[in-house]
Write a protein that binds this ligand. Structure first.
Ligand code: AP5
Ligand code: ZN
Length: 216
């Protein structure tokens, strides 16, 4: 499958993507994870990106489009399809993605919006724990790891993201409503949009996603 997951910070994009990967044998392309990996490697791009991410802003369209282009062309795992998580995040990104995929003869099939009201997101974001190497996310209350502060699969330590605080979240939500939400209309126009109630528990959200992917 070739699809996009759209939703505000904490909507569950990173939680649901692994389900899709497993089910469809597709690649998970998460631009936030890619940027965080640059940050931990200490690259020039990572250093620049970290400043922006910690303030809840958006990294430039050019950088992000090139990052995704590189993945789509060079990551062999994308041959069976891909789940885009965190990209596109602006109208120019969405337009460039469409053009790129049209040239490659493999257009998007679905754009699934995970819909949650802002007031539910504070608790999700402030309680989140992640496994940096894989991007797997947990929640202190809603989805705790089997062992305290440790990744279920690798046994490695879990950490809190540096942008997971109330201040940065406010700015990330603003950026979402102002710059990302317009892509919902963009995909409604191209006819591939589906909306899912993402305020439900993770297993229910997963059922809803499967249901709307089945539609043509
Ligand atoms: P990114 O990493 O994409 O962050 P985000 O969009 O803010 O989204 P999150 O990762 O916070 O939310 P999620 O939907 O994945 O939630 P999760 O499933 O983990 O981007 C980070 C930054 O990078 C951006 O701010 C920007 O600066 C930059 N960036 C990235 N891409 C860019 C681009 N294309 N252009 C420009 N800049 C870009 O769930 C959250 C928590 O809730 C977890 O603890 C989870 O366990 C829990 N949870 C999940 N689902 C449920 C549920 N149904 N019920 C209860 N709890 C749940
Ligand atoms: Zn995420």
């Amino acid at each position: 499958i070739r699809m996009v997951l759209i939703g505000p910070p904490g909507a569950g994009k990173g939680t649901q993507a692994p389900n899709l990967v497993k089910r469809f044998n597709a690649a998970h392309l998460a631009t936030g994870d890619m940027l965080r990996s640059q940050v931990s490697k200490g690259t020039e791009l990572g250093l620049e990106a970290k400043k922006i991410m910690d303030k809840g802003g958006l990294v430039s369209d050019d950088i992000m489009v090139n990052m995704i282009k590189d993945e789509l062309l060079n990551n062999a795992a994308c041959k069976n399809g891909f789940i885009l998580d965190g990209f596109p995040r602006t109208i120019p990104q969405a337009e460039k993605l469409d053009k790129m995929l049209a040239e490659q003869g493999r257009p998007l099939e679905k754009a699934v919006e995970l819909k949650v009201d802002d007031d539910l997101l504070v608790a999700r974001i402030t309680g989140r724990l992640i496994h940096p190497a894989s991007g797997r996310s947990y929640h202190k209350l809603f989805n705790p790891p089997k062992t305290d502060m440790v990744d279920d699969i690798t046994g490695e330590p879990l950490i809190q993201r540096s942008d997971d605080n109330v201040d940065a979240l406010k700015k990330r939500l603003n950026a979402y409503h102002e710059q990302t939400e317009p892509i919902v209309d963009f995909y409604k126009k191209t006819g591939i949009w589906e909306g899912v109630d993402a305020a439900q528990p993770p297993a229910t959200v997963w059922e809803s996603i499967l249901k709307c992917i089945g539609k043509n």
